[in-house]
Write a protein that binds this ligand. Sequence first.
Ligand code: CA
Length: 518
Amino acid sequence: MKLLKSSICFALAAVIFVGLFAGCGEKKEVINTGERQDTWITDTPLELTIHYSHSSGGPFQDDYSVFQEAARRTNIILKGTVPQSNTEHDQSFNTMIASGELADIIATKKTNFEKYAEAGAFVELDDLIDQYAPNIKQFLDNNPDVKRNAQSADGKLYFIPNVPDGEAAAGWFIRKDWLDKLNLEIPQTVEEYHDALLAFKNGDPNGNGVADEIPFFDRGKTIKSILALYGIRDGWSVADNGEVVYGKYIPEYKEGLKQAAQWYKEGLIDAEIFTRGSNAREQLFEENVGGSLHDWFTSTTVFNDRMKESVPDFNLIAIEPPADINGERWEDTSRATVDVYGWGISSTNSHPVETIKYFDFWFSEEGRLLYNFGIEGEQYDMVDGKPVFKDEFINCGKTMTDACWENGMQLMIGAPQDIEYERQWMNEDSQAAIDMYTNGGYIKDAFPVLAFTADEQKVITEKWSSIYSSMVEYEQKCVLGNLDVEETFDSHMNDLKNMGMEDVLKVYNDAYQRYLSN
Ligand code: CA
Protein backbone atom coordinates (compact mmCIF):
# COMPACT_ATOMS: atom_id res chain seq x y z
CA MET A 1 0.00 0.00 0.00
CA LYS A 2 2.87 2.30 0.70
CA LEU A 3 3.98 2.01 -2.88
CA LEU A 4 0.52 2.70 -4.16
CA LYS A 5 0.08 5.72 -1.99
CA SER A 6 3.32 7.27 -3.07
CA SER A 7 2.41 6.70 -6.70
CA ILE A 8 -0.88 8.49 -6.15
CA CYS A 9 0.91 11.37 -4.51
CA PHE A 10 3.30 11.53 -7.43
CA ALA A 11 0.49 11.58 -9.97
CA LEU A 12 -1.26 14.34 -8.10
CA ALA A 13 1.83 16.44 -7.79
CA ALA A 14 1.99 16.43 -11.57
CA VAL A 15 -1.47 17.91 -12.06
CA ILE A 16 -2.02 19.98 -8.97
CA PHE A 17 0.27 22.80 -8.15
CA VAL A 18 0.02 24.27 -4.71
CA GLY A 19 1.23 27.82 -4.57
CA LEU A 20 1.27 30.64 -2.10
CA PHE A 21 -0.55 33.83 -2.96
CA ALA A 22 -0.29 36.97 -0.94
CA GLY A 23 -3.38 39.14 -0.79
CA CYS A 24 -4.84 41.71 1.60
CA GLY A 25 -1.93 41.19 3.90
CA GLU A 26 -2.58 37.52 4.50
CA LYS A 27 -1.06 34.52 2.85
CA LYS A 28 -3.54 32.10 1.46
CA GLU A 29 -2.89 28.71 0.05
CA VAL A 30 -4.65 28.26 -3.25
CA ILE A 31 -4.73 25.02 -5.11
CA ASN A 32 -4.20 25.53 -8.82
CA THR A 33 -6.78 23.31 -10.41
CA GLY A 34 -4.95 23.03 -13.72
CA GLU A 35 -6.19 23.61 -17.27
CA ARG A 36 -9.73 24.71 -17.92
CA GLN A 37 -12.17 21.80 -18.27
CA ASP A 38 -15.63 21.76 -19.83
CA THR A 39 -16.91 20.65 -16.44
CA TRP A 40 -15.65 23.76 -14.62
CA ILE A 41 -18.38 25.43 -12.62
CA THR A 42 -16.54 28.73 -12.18
CA ASP A 43 -13.79 30.47 -14.15
CA THR A 44 -11.82 31.56 -11.13
CA PRO A 45 -10.98 28.90 -8.54
CA LEU A 46 -13.54 28.89 -5.75
CA GLU A 47 -12.71 27.63 -2.30
CA LEU A 48 -15.58 26.40 -0.13
CA THR A 49 -15.30 25.22 3.43
CA ILE A 50 -16.82 21.90 4.42
CA HIS A 51 -17.83 20.60 7.80
CA TYR A 52 -17.45 16.83 7.62
CA SER A 53 -16.65 14.30 10.26
CA HIS A 54 -17.42 10.61 10.31
CA SER A 55 -17.25 8.70 13.56
CA SER A 56 -15.21 5.90 11.96
CA GLY A 57 -13.61 7.66 9.00
CA GLY A 58 -12.65 10.88 10.77
CA PRO A 59 -12.80 14.49 9.58
CA PHE A 60 -12.47 15.67 5.98
CA GLN A 61 -8.90 15.82 4.71
CA ASP A 62 -8.05 18.50 2.17
CA ASP A 63 -5.67 16.19 0.34
CA TYR A 64 -8.12 13.38 -0.39
CA SER A 65 -7.09 12.40 -3.92
CA VAL A 66 -10.69 12.04 -5.07
CA PHE A 67 -11.56 15.58 -3.97
CA GLN A 68 -8.39 16.95 -5.56
CA GLU A 69 -9.57 15.33 -8.78
CA ALA A 70 -13.04 16.82 -8.31
CA ALA A 71 -11.36 20.22 -7.88
CA ARG A 72 -9.52 19.75 -11.16
CA ARG A 73 -12.81 19.01 -12.90
CA THR A 74 -15.01 21.64 -11.26
CA ASN A 75 -12.55 24.38 -10.25
CA ILE A 76 -14.09 24.22 -6.77
CA ILE A 77 -11.81 23.33 -3.90
CA LEU A 78 -13.07 22.07 -0.56
CA LYS A 79 -11.36 22.90 2.71
CA GLY A 80 -12.25 20.90 5.79
CA THR A 81 -13.07 22.78 8.98
CA VAL A 82 -13.13 19.95 11.52
CA PRO A 83 -9.79 19.52 13.32
CA GLN A 84 -8.19 16.16 12.57
CA SER A 85 -8.18 15.39 16.29
CA ASN A 86 -11.98 15.49 16.40
CA THR A 87 -13.39 12.10 15.57
CA GLU A 88 -16.86 12.25 17.02
CA HIS A 89 -19.55 13.24 14.54
CA ASP A 90 -22.23 14.74 16.76
CA GLN A 91 -19.76 16.47 19.00
CA SER A 92 -18.04 18.21 16.09
CA PHE A 93 -21.37 19.22 14.61
CA ASN A 94 -22.63 20.62 17.90
CA THR A 95 -19.38 22.52 18.41
CA MET A 96 -19.78 24.21 15.03
CA ILE A 97 -23.42 25.09 15.68
CA ALA A 98 -22.54 26.47 19.10
CA SER A 99 -19.76 28.61 17.63
CA GLY A 100 -22.20 30.18 15.18
CA GLU A 101 -19.59 29.91 12.42
CA LEU A 102 -21.07 27.67 9.82
CA ALA A 103 -19.00 26.09 7.09
CA ASP A 104 -20.20 26.72 3.51
CA ILE A 105 -21.05 23.05 3.11
CA ILE A 106 -22.24 20.97 6.03
CA ALA A 107 -22.35 17.19 5.96
CA THR A 108 -24.34 15.58 8.74
CA LYS A 109 -27.36 13.46 9.60
CA LYS A 110 -30.91 14.15 8.55
CA THR A 111 -31.95 14.77 12.14
CA ASN A 112 -29.42 17.59 12.40
CA PHE A 113 -30.60 19.18 9.16
CA GLU A 114 -34.16 19.05 10.45
CA LYS A 115 -33.34 20.48 13.81
CA TYR A 116 -31.40 23.45 12.46
CA ALA A 117 -33.25 24.11 9.21
CA GLU A 118 -36.07 25.55 11.28
CA ALA A 119 -33.56 27.86 12.93
CA GLY A 120 -32.44 29.02 9.49
CA ALA A 121 -29.04 27.35 9.33
CA PHE A 122 -29.60 25.77 5.93
CA VAL A 123 -30.64 26.91 2.49
CA GLU A 124 -33.75 25.32 1.02
CA LEU A 125 -32.59 23.34 -2.00
CA ASP A 126 -35.70 22.59 -4.09
CA ASP A 127 -35.52 25.66 -6.36
CA LEU A 128 -31.74 25.46 -6.68
CA ILE A 129 -32.04 21.84 -7.78
CA ASP A 130 -34.73 22.70 -10.32
CA GLN A 131 -32.61 25.45 -11.83
CA TYR A 132 -29.04 24.26 -11.55
CA ALA A 133 -28.80 20.55 -10.75
CA PRO A 134 -30.20 18.43 -13.62
CA ASN A 135 -28.43 15.24 -12.49
CA ILE A 136 -29.76 15.44 -8.95
CA LYS A 137 -33.21 16.36 -10.24
CA GLN A 138 -33.30 13.38 -12.53
CA PHE A 139 -32.03 11.05 -9.82
CA LEU A 140 -34.68 12.18 -7.33
CA ASP A 141 -37.41 11.94 -9.97
CA ASN A 142 -36.34 8.39 -10.71
CA ASN A 143 -36.08 7.49 -7.00
CA PRO A 144 -39.08 9.02 -5.22
CA ASP A 145 -38.37 7.03 -2.04
CA VAL A 146 -34.94 8.57 -1.74
CA LYS A 147 -36.54 11.98 -2.04
CA ARG A 148 -39.21 11.23 0.54
CA ASN A 149 -36.64 9.92 2.97
CA ALA A 150 -34.66 13.15 2.67
CA GLN A 151 -37.57 15.58 2.88
CA SER A 152 -38.24 17.53 6.03
CA ALA A 153 -41.58 17.61 7.80
CA ASP A 154 -42.45 20.72 5.77
CA GLY A 155 -41.89 18.73 2.55
CA LYS A 156 -38.74 20.66 1.64
CA LEU A 157 -35.23 19.45 0.95
CA TYR A 158 -32.41 20.86 3.03
CA PHE A 159 -29.74 18.37 2.07
CA ILE A 160 -28.69 16.03 -0.71
CA PRO A 161 -28.64 12.51 0.71
CA ASN A 162 -26.05 9.83 0.52
CA VAL A 163 -27.74 7.00 -1.35
CA PRO A 164 -26.72 3.44 -0.47
CA ASP A 165 -27.12 0.84 -3.20
CA GLY A 166 -28.07 -2.82 -3.03
CA GLU A 167 -30.32 -4.56 -0.58
CA ALA A 168 -28.84 -7.66 1.01
CA ALA A 169 -26.29 -6.92 3.68
CA ALA A 170 -26.59 -9.44 6.49
CA GLY A 171 -28.00 -12.89 7.15
CA TRP A 172 -27.67 -16.23 8.91
CA PHE A 173 -24.48 -18.28 9.20
CA ILE A 174 -23.91 -21.74 10.64
CA ARG A 175 -20.95 -24.11 11.04
CA LYS A 176 -21.43 -26.62 8.23
CA ASP A 177 -18.53 -28.73 9.55
CA TRP A 178 -20.43 -29.12 12.84
CA LEU A 179 -23.70 -29.99 11.08
CA ASP A 180 -21.83 -32.64 9.08
CA LYS A 181 -20.18 -34.05 12.15
CA LEU A 182 -23.54 -34.47 13.85
CA ASN A 183 -25.24 -35.75 10.66
CA LEU A 184 -27.59 -32.79 10.54
CA GLU A 185 -29.11 -31.13 7.50
CA ILE A 186 -29.10 -27.38 7.07
CA PRO A 187 -31.96 -26.12 9.29
CA GLN A 188 -34.91 -24.78 7.29
CA THR A 189 -37.31 -23.73 10.05
CA VAL A 190 -37.16 -22.17 13.49
CA GLU A 191 -37.73 -25.64 15.01
CA GLU A 192 -34.93 -27.22 13.00
CA TYR A 193 -32.66 -24.31 13.80
CA HIS A 194 -33.38 -24.68 17.52
CA ASP A 195 -32.68 -28.42 17.31
CA ALA A 196 -29.42 -27.88 15.44
CA LEU A 197 -28.24 -25.49 18.16
CA LEU A 198 -29.28 -27.98 20.82
CA ALA A 199 -27.23 -30.66 19.04
CA PHE A 200 -24.27 -28.25 18.94
CA LYS A 201 -24.65 -27.79 22.69
CA ASN A 202 -24.87 -31.46 23.56
CA GLY A 203 -23.03 -33.26 20.75
CA ASP A 204 -19.49 -31.91 21.30
CA PRO A 205 -18.95 -31.01 17.63
CA ASN A 206 -15.57 -29.43 18.39
CA GLY A 207 -14.52 -32.79 19.80
CA ASN A 208 -12.74 -31.69 22.97
CA GLY A 209 -14.96 -33.72 25.29
CA VAL A 210 -16.38 -30.64 26.98
CA ALA A 211 -19.79 -29.03 26.39
CA ASP A 212 -18.11 -25.69 25.77
CA GLU A 213 -19.88 -24.90 22.48
CA ILE A 214 -21.69 -21.57 22.25
CA PRO A 215 -24.36 -22.42 19.69
CA PHE A 216 -25.66 -18.89 18.96
CA PHE A 217 -23.89 -15.61 19.55
CA ASP A 218 -24.24 -12.04 18.32
CA ARG A 219 -21.62 -9.31 18.45
CA GLY A 220 -24.41 -6.71 18.44
CA LYS A 221 -25.29 -7.60 22.06
CA THR A 222 -28.84 -8.38 21.02
CA ILE A 223 -31.33 -11.23 20.67
CA LYS A 224 -33.13 -9.51 17.80
CA SER A 225 -32.31 -12.38 15.42
CA ILE A 226 -33.86 -14.96 17.74
CA LEU A 227 -36.95 -12.74 18.06
CA ALA A 228 -37.10 -12.54 14.26
CA LEU A 229 -37.59 -16.31 14.19
CA TYR A 230 -40.75 -15.67 16.19
CA GLY A 231 -42.00 -13.14 13.66
CA ILE A 232 -40.89 -9.99 15.47
CA ARG A 233 -39.23 -7.21 13.53
CA ASP A 234 -36.56 -5.16 15.20
CA GLY A 235 -37.44 -1.58 16.13
CA TRP A 236 -40.00 0.44 14.17
CA SER A 237 -41.86 -1.20 11.34
CA VAL A 238 -45.10 -0.97 9.43
CA ALA A 239 -47.54 -3.74 10.34
CA ASP A 240 -49.70 -5.49 7.76
CA ASN A 241 -52.63 -3.22 8.63
CA GLY A 242 -50.53 -0.17 7.70
CA GLU A 243 -49.91 0.98 11.25
CA VAL A 244 -46.49 1.84 12.61
CA VAL A 245 -45.57 -0.45 15.49
CA TYR A 246 -42.55 -1.08 17.67
CA GLY A 247 -41.26 -4.65 17.98
CA LYS A 248 -40.91 -4.57 21.76
CA TYR A 249 -44.44 -3.20 22.18
CA ILE A 250 -46.61 -5.68 20.36
CA PRO A 251 -48.53 -8.67 21.79
CA GLU A 252 -46.42 -11.19 19.80
CA TYR A 253 -43.32 -9.98 21.63
CA LYS A 254 -44.43 -11.89 24.71
CA GLU A 255 -44.12 -15.29 23.05
CA GLY A 256 -40.85 -14.35 21.32
CA LEU A 257 -39.33 -13.20 24.57
CA LYS A 258 -40.48 -16.33 26.38
CA GLN A 259 -38.86 -18.47 23.72
CA ALA A 260 -35.63 -16.49 23.77
CA ALA A 261 -35.47 -16.92 27.55
CA GLN A 262 -36.02 -20.65 27.05
CA TRP A 263 -33.23 -20.84 24.43
CA TYR A 264 -30.96 -19.04 26.83
CA LYS A 265 -31.85 -21.43 29.64
CA GLU A 266 -31.04 -24.36 27.36
CA GLY A 267 -27.59 -22.91 26.77
CA LEU A 268 -28.24 -22.18 23.10
CA ILE A 269 -27.57 -18.46 23.37
CA ASP A 270 -24.19 -17.11 24.45
CA ALA A 271 -24.23 -16.63 28.22
CA GLU A 272 -22.48 -13.30 27.56
CA ILE A 273 -24.80 -12.26 24.73
CA PHE A 274 -25.36 -8.76 26.15
CA THR A 275 -21.76 -7.99 26.97
CA ARG A 276 -19.42 -9.81 24.60
CA GLY A 277 -19.55 -7.23 21.84
CA SER A 278 -17.73 -6.57 18.63
CA ASN A 279 -14.92 -9.11 18.80
CA ALA A 280 -17.27 -12.04 19.33
CA ARG A 281 -16.50 -13.61 15.96
CA GLU A 282 -12.73 -13.49 16.29
CA GLN A 283 -12.89 -14.71 19.87
CA LEU A 284 -15.39 -17.55 19.55
CA PHE A 285 -14.16 -18.85 16.19
CA GLU A 286 -10.54 -18.75 17.30
CA GLU A 287 -11.49 -20.81 20.37
CA ASN A 288 -13.54 -23.08 18.10
CA VAL A 289 -16.67 -22.75 20.24
CA GLY A 290 -18.95 -20.45 18.20
CA GLY A 291 -21.61 -22.24 16.14
CA SER A 292 -24.04 -19.85 14.49
CA LEU A 293 -24.75 -16.18 14.13
CA HIS A 294 -26.58 -13.52 12.16
CA ASP A 295 -24.14 -10.97 10.78
CA TRP A 296 -22.88 -8.94 7.80
CA PHE A 297 -22.04 -11.01 4.74
CA THR A 298 -18.91 -9.21 3.64
CA SER A 299 -17.14 -9.23 6.98
CA THR A 300 -18.29 -12.69 8.10
CA THR A 301 -17.45 -14.71 4.98
CA VAL A 302 -13.74 -13.96 5.47
CA PHE A 303 -13.49 -16.28 8.48
CA ASN A 304 -13.17 -19.50 6.46
CA ASP A 305 -9.87 -18.22 5.11
CA ARG A 306 -8.79 -16.80 8.43
CA MET A 307 -9.41 -20.00 10.40
CA LYS A 308 -7.62 -22.31 7.97
CA GLU A 309 -4.62 -22.76 10.23
CA SER A 310 -6.09 -22.69 13.72
CA VAL A 311 -9.27 -24.69 12.96
CA PRO A 312 -8.57 -26.68 9.75
CA ASP A 313 -12.12 -28.09 9.38
CA PHE A 314 -13.75 -24.72 9.97
CA ASN A 315 -16.56 -24.21 7.45
CA LEU A 316 -18.98 -21.40 8.10
CA ILE A 317 -21.74 -21.10 5.51
CA ALA A 318 -24.49 -18.59 4.91
CA ILE A 319 -27.93 -20.18 5.01
CA GLU A 320 -31.34 -18.98 3.97
CA PRO A 321 -33.34 -17.44 6.81
CA PRO A 322 -34.99 -20.32 8.68
CA ALA A 323 -38.78 -20.06 8.28
CA ASP A 324 -40.17 -18.26 11.31
CA ILE A 325 -42.97 -19.42 13.59
CA ASN A 326 -45.48 -18.30 10.92
CA GLY A 327 -43.68 -20.25 8.20
CA GLU A 328 -42.19 -17.15 6.61
CA ARG A 329 -38.56 -16.71 5.60
CA TRP A 330 -37.51 -13.09 5.88
CA GLU A 331 -34.63 -10.77 6.60
CA ASP A 332 -34.85 -7.47 8.46
CA THR A 333 -31.48 -5.97 7.62
CA SER A 334 -31.27 -3.99 4.44
CA ARG A 335 -28.92 -1.31 3.33
CA ALA A 336 -31.46 1.45 3.45
CA THR A 337 -30.18 3.10 6.56
CA VAL A 338 -31.84 4.46 9.63
CA ASP A 339 -29.40 7.34 9.87
CA VAL A 340 -29.58 9.19 6.60
CA TYR A 341 -26.52 11.34 5.96
CA GLY A 342 -25.96 13.95 3.32
CA TRP A 343 -24.71 17.46 2.69
CA GLY A 344 -26.41 20.80 2.58
CA ILE A 345 -25.64 24.48 2.00
CA SER A 346 -25.38 26.70 5.05
CA SER A 347 -27.24 29.99 5.11
CA THR A 348 -23.91 31.84 5.37
CA ASN A 349 -22.59 30.33 2.14
CA SER A 350 -22.31 33.19 -0.39
CA HIS A 351 -22.07 30.81 -3.38
CA PRO A 352 -25.22 28.66 -3.21
CA VAL A 353 -25.49 28.36 -7.01
CA GLU A 354 -21.91 27.17 -7.44
CA THR A 355 -22.35 24.85 -4.48
CA ILE A 356 -25.46 23.14 -5.82
CA LYS A 357 -23.69 22.76 -9.16
CA TYR A 358 -20.79 21.17 -7.31
CA PHE A 359 -23.25 18.82 -5.55
CA ASP A 360 -24.68 18.03 -8.96
CA PHE A 361 -21.24 17.04 -10.24
CA TRP A 362 -21.27 14.05 -7.85
CA PHE A 363 -24.46 12.80 -9.49
CA SER A 364 -23.03 13.08 -13.01
CA GLU A 365 -21.60 10.04 -14.72
CA GLU A 366 -18.02 11.09 -14.00
CA GLY A 367 -18.82 12.21 -10.47
CA ARG A 368 -20.37 8.82 -9.67
CA LEU A 369 -17.34 7.02 -11.05
CA LEU A 370 -15.04 9.19 -8.99
CA TYR A 371 -17.11 8.70 -5.85
CA ASN A 372 -17.35 4.92 -6.17
CA PHE A 373 -14.16 3.89 -7.91
CA GLY A 374 -11.70 6.72 -7.43
CA ILE A 375 -9.37 7.86 -10.18
CA GLU A 376 -8.90 5.96 -13.41
CA GLY A 377 -5.41 4.58 -13.66
CA GLU A 378 -4.94 4.96 -9.90
CA GLN A 379 -7.60 2.88 -8.15
CA TYR A 380 -9.30 1.40 -11.21
CA ASP A 381 -9.04 0.70 -14.94
CA MET A 382 -11.77 0.67 -17.51
CA VAL A 383 -12.21 -2.90 -18.76
CA ASP A 384 -14.80 -3.48 -21.50
CA GLY A 385 -16.43 -0.21 -20.60
CA LYS A 386 -16.67 -1.01 -16.89
CA PRO A 387 -14.60 0.26 -13.99
CA VAL A 388 -12.55 -2.54 -12.41
CA PHE A 389 -10.45 -1.96 -9.30
CA LYS A 390 -6.77 -2.59 -9.73
CA ASP A 391 -5.52 -5.70 -7.95
CA GLU A 392 -3.01 -3.69 -5.97
CA PHE A 393 -5.80 -1.47 -4.66
CA ILE A 394 -7.99 -4.38 -3.54
CA ASN A 395 -5.04 -6.29 -2.12
CA CYS A 396 -3.56 -3.33 -0.28
CA GLY A 397 -3.91 -5.11 3.07
CA LYS A 398 -6.61 -2.77 4.34
CA THR A 399 -10.32 -3.16 4.76
CA MET A 400 -12.47 -1.92 1.93
CA THR A 401 -13.73 1.07 3.87
CA ASP A 402 -10.30 2.15 5.08
CA ALA A 403 -8.77 1.87 1.62
CA CYS A 404 -11.64 3.88 0.12
CA TRP A 405 -11.85 6.50 2.84
CA GLU A 406 -8.18 7.40 2.78
CA ASN A 407 -8.65 8.47 -0.83
CA GLY A 408 -11.91 10.26 -0.09
CA MET A 409 -14.07 7.66 -1.82
CA GLN A 410 -17.39 6.58 -0.31
CA LEU A 411 -17.61 9.42 2.20
CA MET A 412 -21.03 10.12 3.67
CA ILE A 413 -21.63 13.01 1.29
CA GLY A 414 -24.56 13.52 -1.03
CA ALA A 415 -23.71 11.00 -3.71
CA PRO A 416 -25.11 7.80 -5.14
CA GLN A 417 -23.38 4.56 -4.25
CA ASP A 418 -22.87 1.86 -6.87
CA ILE A 419 -22.99 -1.58 -5.28
CA GLU A 420 -20.61 -2.85 -7.94
CA TYR A 421 -17.75 -1.16 -6.07
CA GLU A 422 -18.37 -3.35 -3.04
CA ARG A 423 -18.93 -6.49 -5.06
CA GLN A 424 -15.43 -6.23 -6.41
CA TRP A 425 -14.11 -6.40 -2.84
CA MET A 426 -16.19 -9.40 -1.90
CA ASN A 427 -15.10 -12.98 -1.94
CA GLU A 428 -17.22 -15.52 -3.80
CA ASP A 429 -18.98 -16.70 -0.64
CA SER A 430 -20.17 -13.22 0.12
CA GLN A 431 -21.41 -12.61 -3.42
CA ALA A 432 -23.24 -15.96 -3.34
CA ALA A 433 -24.84 -15.14 0.02
CA ILE A 434 -26.02 -11.77 -1.21
CA ASP A 435 -27.45 -13.35 -4.34
CA MET A 436 -29.19 -15.99 -2.22
CA TYR A 437 -30.92 -13.34 -0.07
CA THR A 438 -31.69 -11.03 -2.98
CA ASN A 439 -33.01 -13.71 -5.31
CA GLY A 440 -34.97 -15.31 -2.49
CA GLY A 441 -36.85 -12.04 -2.02
CA TYR A 442 -36.35 -12.30 1.75
CA ILE A 443 -35.52 -8.71 2.53
CA LYS A 444 -38.28 -6.69 4.13
CA ASP A 445 -38.82 -3.07 3.22
CA ALA A 446 -36.74 -0.83 5.42
CA PHE A 447 -38.70 1.45 7.70
CA PRO A 448 -38.84 4.89 6.07
CA VAL A 449 -36.84 7.78 7.43
CA LEU A 450 -39.55 9.92 8.93
CA ALA A 451 -39.47 13.65 9.37
CA PHE A 452 -40.86 15.09 12.58
CA THR A 453 -42.25 18.53 13.31
CA ALA A 454 -40.79 20.47 16.22
CA ASP A 455 -43.73 19.46 18.42
CA GLU A 456 -43.37 15.83 17.52
CA GLN A 457 -39.64 15.98 18.08
CA LYS A 458 -40.36 17.33 21.54
CA VAL A 459 -42.54 14.34 22.42
CA ILE A 460 -39.78 11.98 21.27
CA THR A 461 -37.06 13.84 23.12
CA GLU A 462 -39.05 13.90 26.35
CA LYS A 463 -40.32 10.35 26.37
CA TRP A 464 -38.49 8.00 24.09
CA SER A 465 -35.12 7.50 25.70
CA SER A 466 -36.47 6.38 29.07
CA ILE A 467 -39.03 4.13 27.36
CA TYR A 468 -36.31 2.58 25.25
CA SER A 469 -34.04 2.02 28.25
CA SER A 470 -36.88 0.36 30.09
CA MET A 471 -37.54 -1.93 27.11
CA VAL A 472 -33.91 -3.00 26.84
CA GLU A 473 -33.55 -3.54 30.55
CA TYR A 474 -36.71 -5.62 30.71
CA GLU A 475 -35.70 -7.73 27.73
CA GLN A 476 -32.29 -8.51 29.16
CA LYS A 477 -33.69 -9.41 32.57
CA CYS A 478 -36.19 -11.77 30.98
CA VAL A 479 -33.63 -13.48 28.77
CA LEU A 480 -31.19 -13.90 31.64
CA GLY A 481 -33.96 -15.44 33.73
CA ASN A 482 -34.18 -12.68 36.34
CA LEU A 483 -37.77 -11.94 35.43
CA ASP A 484 -40.53 -14.34 34.44
CA VAL A 485 -42.13 -13.21 31.18
CA GLU A 486 -45.52 -14.77 31.91
CA GLU A 487 -45.75 -13.04 35.28
CA THR A 488 -44.42 -9.62 34.35
CA PHE A 489 -45.23 -8.94 30.69
CA ASP A 490 -48.57 -7.18 31.16
CA SER A 491 -47.32 -4.89 33.87
CA HIS A 492 -44.24 -4.06 31.79
CA MET A 493 -46.48 -3.07 28.86
CA ASN A 494 -48.50 -0.99 31.26
CA ASP A 495 -45.36 0.74 32.52
CA LEU A 496 -44.42 1.64 28.97
CA LYS A 497 -47.88 3.04 28.40
CA ASN A 498 -47.59 5.16 31.51
CA MET A 499 -44.25 6.45 30.30
CA GLY A 500 -45.93 7.78 27.16
CA MET A 501 -45.40 5.01 24.61
CA GLU A 502 -48.83 5.65 23.08
CA ASP A 503 -47.88 9.30 22.50
CA VAL A 504 -44.66 8.27 20.79
CA LEU A 505 -46.55 5.77 18.66
CA LYS A 506 -48.98 8.49 17.62
CA VAL A 507 -46.12 10.77 16.62
CA TYR A 508 -44.63 8.02 14.49
CA ASN A 509 -47.97 7.20 12.89
CA ASP A 510 -48.69 10.86 12.12
CA ALA A 511 -45.24 11.30 10.60
CA TYR A 512 -45.69 8.11 8.60
CA GLN A 513 -49.03 9.29 7.21
CA ARG A 514 -47.37 12.54 6.19
CA TYR A 515 -44.55 10.58 4.57
CA LEU A 516 -47.09 8.58 2.55
CA SER A 517 -48.83 11.72 1.35
CA ASN A 518 -45.61 13.47 0.25
CA1 CA B 1 -16.89 -29.32 23.04
